[in-house]
Design a protein around this ligand. Structure first.
Ligand code: OXT
Ligand code: ADP
Ligand code: MG
Length: 580
């Protein structure tokens, strides 16, 4: 049922006419476009918007902090290829949501941050309104597009523009500013209904130019040691079968970036995940599919990439300006990944010569060596646990439950989990992404469970967990099938630092030792378990995933086991001043 006809008004003629208002129009516009879930925090001026949306059948998930709601919306966008919606109050609530909006834009996740705001007239004259802030101006540089709606009859257009901006081309975050006064603005219901826009083909296919496809195949055909790199853009595109066909028909080893793990199963014979250094060093042609040559790939140059000038790049991306961003791209293929990969497959035809067997064998053999070297370390049952023992137990659980989501954040907890836990299905690994941001843990977990109903295993460092830990109440409130495992090593990177000044304050990276995070979950009616060995950990996680009961496992990790910044310690600047 439409939520229009909010009220009736008696006109001068005495005839009644039906009215609608900003609240109803926002809800109708979202529903018309299939946007059926809102993540947010209620308050002035959007409290009633949330209530009315819930009454109208939209699922409204209320969080404890807007940043977590924003992360939830962003990952919902990534999983669904339609914008995730985050709803916040003005100024402070808006700012709390803004980190998530900026992070969504950086990661190319489609989301819309809808925020209530104070009155334009007062804000613009800086007369000190309740939660006064020029939110549109602040949001603009941090997102793909930002819009404000001032008239109720423009709500339909405003939401349509926001949807298109979020999902078309390179996806990203969009800000939509709804001043308080707009929500209560009444207009004729029929006029209101006519003003709504159903967005047709929000992310149109972008077909690559045939010449670009031919050029790319020419470069790939010339390769002696080709490599495909799959990024999270490839996972987002949901062109899973075409990508798998491209890899298997060309016989080219592939390296998955973190969130592309599982696009093809990590135990695929062409996976070069366990031979990362070798393939980056030795490949002569690199085919980038939905991955950027940013810091995570050392910008495509330097020692990691072998001799200067030893590589040629093919890049498939929807964003033309991504080409040559760091190094020369010999064959840019601009378009959506589904269309580009299909075009490459068609142009390859059936007589395509597979990648040189010697190269494929070399990569396989290196990967098998690394896997064999790691295997015994994953079997240890030490107490307190080290990362390998604990993650060895979780690796088996994920293998047995390929449909479960794995949410992962931390430093050592992130880096070890990425290489130890194999993924088998696309878009199941959700992590800190392009910014390496801590705090995505609970928001991502909640959205994955809400959007899919599938079980979620969140493997998070004790520091990482702290950024969104209060949302365990949200997990319990909505009875979500989320099992959080906190890798508790008493601190950031490790728990063994001491105050270098010798004072009584704890070292900057150290937390309360022996903390019991499991009790946080118990406080809200969920299950808490303290696990000191890999066996205990496995039992607790299996029980949680079997039952779907919200669970938090405090996994006791040796406080000396981690290293500074995990595998990216090289990015820490060193002081050049010698201590006297
Ligand atoms: O080939 P080689 O020989 O090189 O070997 C590689 C692979 O081939 C091999 N491999 C395998 N071997 C065997 N078997 C298998 N299956 C296998 N798979 C791979 O293993 C190696 C490594 O492979 P990998 O991992 O693929 O490769 P590598 O070299 O690591 O890749 C490079 C990168 C850059 C792509 C990769 O490292 C990467 O993706 N890194 C992401 C790093 C990242 O984003 N880190 C998070 C940020 S760190 C820091 O900023 C933190 N903060 C500050 C902070 C942040 N971030 N945010 C906010 C809002 N505020 C503050 C904080 C506070 S982390 C942090 C908290 C940390 O403490 P916690 O308590 O949470 O966590 P703990 O550290 O656990 O205590
Ligand atoms: P990773 O961190 O996994 O390497 P990035 O976030 O750096 O991945 O890169 C993702 C890339 O994918 C971005 O450059 C983005 O423009 C691109 N992209 C996202 N969706 C699509 C799509 N449907 N078609 C083509 N390219 C896409
Ligand atoms: Mg830690």
């Amino acid at each position: 049922m439409s939520t229009t006809a909010a009220a009736k008004e008696t006109a001068a003629s005495g005839a009644e006419r039906e009215l609608t208002d900003g609240f109803h129009l926002v809800i109708d516009a979202l529903k018309l476009n299939g946007l059926d879930t809102i993540y947010g925090v209620p308050g002035i001026p959007i409290t009633d918007l949330g209530r009315m949306a819930q009454a109208a059948g939209i699922r409204v998930i209320s969080f404890r902090h807007e940043q977590n709601a924003g992360y939830a919306a962003a990952i919902a966008g990534y999983l669904n290829k339609k914008p995730g919606i985050c709803l916040t109050v003005s100024a402070p609530g808006f700012l709390n949501g803004l980190t998530a909006l900026a992070n969504a834009t950086t990661n190319c996740f489609p989301m819309i941050l809808i925020s209530g705001s104070s009155e334009r007239e007062i804000v613009d004259l800086q007369q000190g309104d309740y939660e006064e802030m020029d939110q549109l101006a602040i949001a603009k540089p941090l997102c793909k597009a930002a819009y404000r709606v001032l008239h109720a009859e423009d709500i339909g257009i405003g939401i349509a523009r926001a949807i298109r901006a979020a999902v078309s081309g390179r996806p990203g975050g969009v800000y939509l500013d709804l001043p308080a006064k707009l929500l209560g603005q009444a207009i004729d219901a029929e006029k209101g209904a006519r003003s709504l826009v159903k967005v047709i083909d929000a992310a149109p296919a972008q077909i690559p130019a045939p010449a670009a496809v031919a050029r790319a195949l020419e470069v790939i055909r010339s390769a002696k040691r080709p490599l495909v790199i799959l990024g999270k853009g490839a996972a987002y595109a949901q062109a899973d079968d075409a990508i798998r066909s491209l890899v298997e028909r060309s016989g080219i080893p592939y390296l998955p970036m973190s969130m592309a793990k599982g696009l093809l199963p990590d135990d695929h014979p062409l996976s070069a995940g366990a031979a990362r250094s070798l393939v980056l060093q030795e490949a002569d042609v690199v085919v980038m599919i939905g991955a950027r040559l940013n810091w995570l790939l050392s910008h495509g140059k330097g020692k990691q990439w072998g001799a200067p000038g030893s590589k040629r790049f093919v890049q498939i991306d929807i964003e033309p300006r991504e080409m040559d961003s760091n190094v020369e791209i010999a064959a840019p293929v601009v378009g959506d990944i589904g269309s580009c990969v299909s075009a490459l497959l068609t142009a390859m035809g059936s007589g395509w010569q597979a990648a040189p067997a010697e190269w494929v064998k070399e990569v396989r053999s290196k990967a098998e060596d690394n896997i064999a070297r790691m295997a015994p370390r994953l079997m240890n049952n030490n107490a307190p646990m080290d990362y390998h023992g604990a993650l060895g137990a979780l690796r088996t659980i994920v293998k047995d439950r390929p449909d479960a989501f794995l949410v992962n954040e931390g430093a050592n907890t992130l880096d070890f989990a990425r290489s130890i836990i194999d993924m088998y299905r696309p878009r199941k690994r959700l992590d800190v992404g392009t910014w390496g941001v801590m705090g995505i843990g609970m928001g991502f977990s909640i959205a994955a469970a809400v959007e899919t109903g599938k079980p979620v295993l969140a493997v998070v460092g004790d520091s990482a967990f702290g950024f969104s830990g209060m949302e365990v109440e949200t997990i319990c409130r909505y009875k979500l099938p989320v099992c959080v495992v906190v890798f508790n090593n008493n601190g950031i990177y490790r728990g063994s630092d001491v105050n270098p000044g010798g004072g009584s304050d704890a070292a900057t990276t150290v937390f309360v030792k022996g903390a019991r995070y499991d009790r946080m979950m118990e406080a809200f009616g969920g299950r808490g378990v303290n696990a000191t060995t890999p066996d205990e950990l496995a039992r607790a996680v299996n029980a949680a995933l079997d039952s779907g009961t919200p669970t938090l496992v405090n996994a006791v990790i040796d406080e000396n086991a981690g290293t500074e910044s995990g595998r990216i310690g090289n990015l820490n600047p060193q002081s050049v001043v010698k201590k006297k």
